[in-house]
Design a protein around this ligand. Sequence first.
Ligand code: NDP
Ligand code: MG
Length: 375
Amino acid sequence: MRRVIIVGATGSIGRQAIDVIARHPDRFSIAGLSAHSDEGGLLAAASRFGGAALCLSSRAPESEAVAFHGPDGLRALVRDTDADTVLNAAAGAAGLSVSFDALASGKDLALANKETIVMAGRLAFEAAGEAGRRILPVDSEHSAIFNMIERFGREAVRGVVITASGGAFRDEPLESLPGKTPSDALSHPTWDMGAKITVDSASMANKGLEVIEAARLFGLSGSEIDVVLHPESRVHSFIRTRDGSLYAQMSRPDMRIPILNALAWPESIDESVADMDPCDVPLRFSRPDPARYPLLGTAYEALASGEGATDAYNAANEAAVAAFMEGAIRFTDIAVVVSRTLERAYPRTLDGLEAVLEVDGDARRVAASIVKEIA
Ligand code: NDP
Ligand code: MG
């Protein structure tokens, strides 16, 4: 029985993780749950499982059933609750400390929060090494690559091909993109996800973050990571082995599969929610258009510049997406804010969480001033 703490239990990944655990009560139990401000959602989730420790990370709770609150409460939930695995499904840079607390307290880290790896991947692996614990990716592309690399061996792999759905504006005329609203950006063709990542899908900042994530998770250089557009979201990624073969992992698009795999690793568990009929839909692959998705190229540039630049890429994009959601800038300005923020020089390596947070803060300030100029 694996005891799991879910941070971000009320979000898209968190809710699907609860479903996975409810479907496999013989394998998993819930030791703790956190939400940021959705106390009703937290209590509803908890009512399905007795005895889980609960935390509301933004404020004091109304219910006595919620024992932990605030940022310190979240740290205590993650560190002090008896559990085997922390599923970090918090959105954004706020998930960083959750990951380090999980590893430092001797728990495996099932990681949906890709920001952890983009901001501080090397440090996270150092922390995992020190604790003798594993980082198990939940992001569907990285889950696919992880599962294949673990089976083939890293030395057999020459590179990876990450697939991208293309997001909400894949087939829209280029000249219509500046006029797109937040609600336009939130209608994703294949995946049902949280707001921020859905906007990132439309701009492909999500794929940019995932290229950086793959580089740090699997020790790959930018030239070893390819991105292809694949509108059907059935192939979750490929690995290319040394003999030039491509191997793919396929299923219907359903995050419950990578969540289950991360929670169960190294075991395999029977599950059929995403079984795929190969005759189901024809699969298409093509190159993403750099004019439509400038943030993808910017991610490769950041990767080449080092850890400070990739940290700044994430921070600037979070700030720009927030400004877009508030109606302060246009959709196409997100890419402008990020690339202009990256014109500054950032350190090649970040040797501690303090340095990571300093660059994060600097980049957000630079991005905010560019937003002001544009708005
Ligand atoms: P959602 O916005 O749907 O959910 C976010 C969750 O985190 C909610 O439970 C929210 O609580 C909580 N939360 C928000 N802010 C904070 C904070 N400051 N501190 C702690 N918890 C917080 O996001 P998703 O589930 O879509 O995404 C979560 C992570 O997983 C992201 O890093 C995303 O990139 C990644 N991911 C998501 C995928 C998906 O399919 N959704 C796929 C691959 C990766 P509350 O509800 O109370 O606000
Ligand atoms: Mg993904």
